[in-house]
Design a protein around this ligand. Sequence first.
Ligand SMILES: Cc1cc2nc3c(=O)[nH]c(=O)nc-3n(C[C@H](O)[C@H](O)[C@H](O)COP(=O)(O)OP(=O)(O)OC[C@H]3O[C@@H](n4cnc5c(N)ncnc54)[C@H](O)[C@@H]3O)c2cc1C
Length: 391
Amino acid sequence: MELRFGEKEEALRKEVQAFLKANIKEEDASGGFMNRTDEAFEEAKKFNAELGKRGWIAPAWPKEYGGLGASIYEQMVFNEEFGYHGAPDTGTRGFGVGMIGPTLIIHGNEDQKKRYLPRITSGEDIWCQGYSEPGAGSDLASLQTRAVRDGDDFVINGQKIWTSGGHRANQMFTLVRTDPEAPRHRGISFLRIDDIKNVPGLTIRPLINMANRHHFNEVFFEDVRVPARNLVGEENRGWYVGMTLLDFERSGIGTTAGQKRTLEHLADNLKAGPADRREKYRVKLADFVIANNVGRYLGYRIGDMQAHGKVPNYEASVVKIYQSELGQRIYNFGIAMLGLSGQLVPEEPTAPLGGDLPEQYLQSVPSTIYSGTNEIQRNIIATRGLGLPRG
Ligand SMILES: Cc1cc2nc3c(=O)[nH]c(=O)nc-3n(C[C@H](O)[C@H](O)[C@H](O)COP(=O)(O)OP(=O)(O)OC[C@H]3O[C@@H](n4cnc5c(N)ncnc54)[C@H](O)[C@@H]3O)c2cc1C
């Protein structure tokens, strides 16, 4: 058994590393689309536009849609390097490439593919996900937002919640109830809503999270008209389209790569700090490096399954649980290691490591909730992985 990338991937890695070093300023290294400020968001837009010119927003997509037709292993190299260097995003790569794009490739018609996919790979469209509602999270099939057919349109009424990046997006994909009489899963449709900032009746209200950031939103629909051609897949069969989208779990390689960088920063800090602190924390730090490498290899397993045409199932749940819980422990440890000043946020000029640790810690708390809570993931492992009966 030989566990390493080939020469082609390693050559690509060098190219990607050189580009990222030249194009990401330290202060913009956000590790995703949690842009703290409008300026950071604008920088992320510019960064994605540069990626788009190279076909690097969705390298694994076919060339006709603006990708490179890259292999899964090459995609893994991109993910790993983007994660390590904290490549900023607007939501284009997360929701566009990670979710709606592959869903359109499978369920969309030719018009939808031609219209939307190139706008993702150029970085132009920024998508958000309108799934959750106040009464529908883990039990998503209980969603109540209603869409009624009226001529060539659907008219939508209801509410979505926790819509990440909704205030910055121009596009939304959403699940709505189109047949309230049908069994729960069979009366749901999958709709795209274009130009969400300018649609009459659609209101986006901020929700400020525990890190004091405006990350997600509530979205209200009052007689919002959407053309019926915006349906993806068949009317009332949207549940299956929506679930395809949730299957596009990422391998989490970017997450462990970002944590690797944090651990390196903590090691540098220990080296430069007093000996008694080094003595106190070095072994624990070494433990986290081992644990993070385990996470990395679990992620490689997902990538390797995909490269062999398999669809990761409970294996992706293992990765999601392991990496989200490890992230919380690493950032918590880092804050403790840095002492009282370790709690200073990025806005404080004297914050050690740029205030990255408390920011990352607060952002890591919800990681065990979003993308399917870790309790739900454990249920999946118990039933699909271990073959245990439900309930
Ligand atoms: C940071 C963040 C960003 C998000 N972004 C988006 C977004 O962009 N778009 C979107 O649509 N949604 C988004 N969400 C919502 C997310 O998908 C939901 O929070 C998640 O599905 C859980 O639903 P809930 O919050 O309603 O909790 P509930 O489903 O009410 O769960 C409450 C608790 O009960 C547990 N529980 C529920 N059912 C079971 C069960 N069967 N077995 C065992 N335990 C169970 C859960 O694990 C949890 O601990 C986001 C959430 C967060 C935190």
